[in-house]
Design a protein around this ligand. Structure first.
Ligand code: HEM
Length: 484
């Protein structure tokens, strides 16, 4: 699909080589001018300096950087035909001996997997899973209670990860895992090593690890091996459950069983490796994203007492008594919903997207060749005063007053801020993520008062990029809420 706004008129089409951009160095291009852990900030700064479309070079690779939300949306919608995810990602995953799951697959392979994964994440499935979600939230409440009793601050991001890990492994494996109450979880420790290393390799201009393996590389390979072994163990258990109760085949109650049943269909085109690849994908895609978003939101709420008061008031009205809370009740947390959306506008865990052009085409008025990397600075317009009043302020109300804002000629916040992506590859876990975040944060705000959210040096948490944008060093102090 090529739309008017991606095209531009023939006369106004520019060529990548004519665009402004930071001066590249010989051989490495601009790669060494970027700090990997702050790469999103460096490129946002360049976007402010060089404009809506500029060029940079990473090693041999020419990159078009675009920041207009319309151009980004159009490119994301033009998949799988016009754009793919960076081919480097598929190569890196393949080198590690992993089958490409949904995030990495392309073309027909992607289409087949997408249908199946979407079915596993349907609202009906999430509703069926809700009682288990609530049990995980209850356990998390117990962990917070212990922290309050001990007077210790909660390491915010790490503890929220325990919650999301238990949610995702329950859904993916069909078994309750309990990282919340366990002190160290081996599987999770392996996952924690894999994400930053994949990001590092993806952004390397030369595959040093092909020629020389550091200890870090060996640890990565061991961790991938361990996770694959664990998934294969869960697959054996899932197969045993399916054999013991064949009625499960008609409506598999979890992702792993759904994928196994689908892969066994005669013309599925799905292999056993595809099942492993997709379970792996869910573990990677579903944990940091959701935990980081919640951590950012608690930080923003703490700095905005009026919004915090409103969110607390709503949570106590809707969530309590927790035992009676239903999925429909979670749907009534409208203000919290707006807070989450506003946190994802200011602190999106994926503040940029990388796409690779599959054919020669015009992007944001710039002619690119097949194979060109298009770097989408998706947070640029979200923080722009040209789009929103007080764009850098945390104002959840803008999501509740969207119609009024649009009447006053402001941009539609829903169109500009697209934290879950857009088009055919939009995040399939978004519905689960929203339910999960509202349940966890609703529980926390209903049962506890926030004493502080700070960092060891007293500064706002730094944004560190390691595949997802992670807050560094946040500590949460809580008190038990006085019963109304
Ligand atoms: C706050 C939480 C989350 C955020 C902000 C988020 C964000 C994203 C984004 C930006 C993409 C890329 C979309 C695109 O290319 O257009 C994506 C893709 C994906 N997400 Fe999420 N995600 C979240 C939670 C989850 C969860 C809970 C799961 C599943 C357990 C999940 C699974 C996936 C998968 C499998 C893809 C690849 C889809 C495809 O390529 O077809 N995500 N997500």
């Amino acid at each position: 699909m090529t739309t008017a706004s991606t095209l531009g008129s023939a006369a106004s089409v520019r060529h990548l080589k004519d665009l402004p951009g930071p001066r590249p160095w010989p051989v490495v291009g601009n790669a060494l001018q970027l700090d990997r852990s702050r790469i999103h900030l460096d490129i946002e700064r360049w976007a402010a300096q060089y404009g809506e479309a500029f060029r940079m070079r990473l090693g041999k690779r020419e990159v078009l950087v675009v920041s207009s939300h319309e151009a980004i949306s159009n490119a994301m919608r033009d998949r799988p035909e016009g754009f793919r995810r960076p081919s480097g990602l598929a190569r890196i995953i393949g080198e590690l001996g992993m089958a490409p799951g949904l995030f990495v697959a392309e073309g027909e392979h992607w289409q087949r997997q997408r249908r199946m994964v979407m079915a596993a994440f349907s609202p009906t499935h999430i509703r069926a899973y809700f009682p288990q979600l609530k049990r995980v939230a209850e356990r998390f409440r117990g962990r917070l209670d212990k922290a309050v009793a001990s007077g210790q601050p909660v390491p915010l991001q790490a503890d929220l990860m325990r919650f999301t890990v238990d949610v995702i492994t329950g859904l993916a494996f069909g078994q309750e895992t309990n990282t919340i109450e366990a002190e160290g979880d081996i599987l999770q420790q392996h996952m924690d090593r894999i994400f930053p290393m994949l990001f590092k390799r993806l952004n390397s201009i030369f595959p040093v690890w092909h020629y020389f393996k550091t200890e870090e590389d060996r640890v990565l390979e061991r961790s991938v091996h361990e996770v694959v072994q664990a998934i294969e163990h869960f697959m054996r258990e899932a197969r045993a459950r399916l054999a013991a109760d064949p009625t499960r085949r008609a409506q598999p109650p979890n992702l792993i069983e759904a994928l196994i049943v689908a892969s066994e269909a005669p013309d599925s085109g799905m292999t056993e490796d595809d099942v492993v690849g997709n379970v792996f994908t869910m573990l990677l895609a579903g944990e940091d994203t959701t935990a980081n978003t919640m951590a950012w939101l608690l930080d923003l709420l703490w700095r905005q007492p009026q919004a915090l008061r409103k969110a607390v008031e709503e949570a106590r009205r809707v969530v309590l008594p927790f035992e009676a809370l239903t999925m429909d009740g979670v749907g009534e947390l409208h203000y919290l919903d707006a807070c989450i959306n506003e946190a994802m506008r200011l602190k999106p865990v994926a503040p940029f997207r990388m796409l690779e052009a599959l054919k020669p085409q015009v992007v944001a008025g710039v002619q690119v060749d097949a194979g060109t990397m298009v770097w989408c600075v998706s947070r640029h317009d979200s923080l722009s005063e040209a789009c929103f009043e007080a764009a850098r302020e945390f104002r959840p109300e803008r999501w509740l007053e969207e119609d009024t804002a649009a009447q006053q000629g402001q941009a539609s916040v829903k169109r500009v801020s697209i934290p879950f992506g857009a088009g055919p590859r939009v995040c399939p876990g978004r519905y689960l993520a929203m339910v999960e975040m509202k349940l966890c944060l609703g529980m926390l705000l209903a049962h506890f008062d926030i004493d502080s959210v700070d960092t060891p040096d007293g500064q706002p948490a730094q944004e560190v990029m390691n595949f997802t944008m992670t807050p560094l060093g946040q500590r949460l102090r809580l008190k038990r809420a006085v019963a109304p």
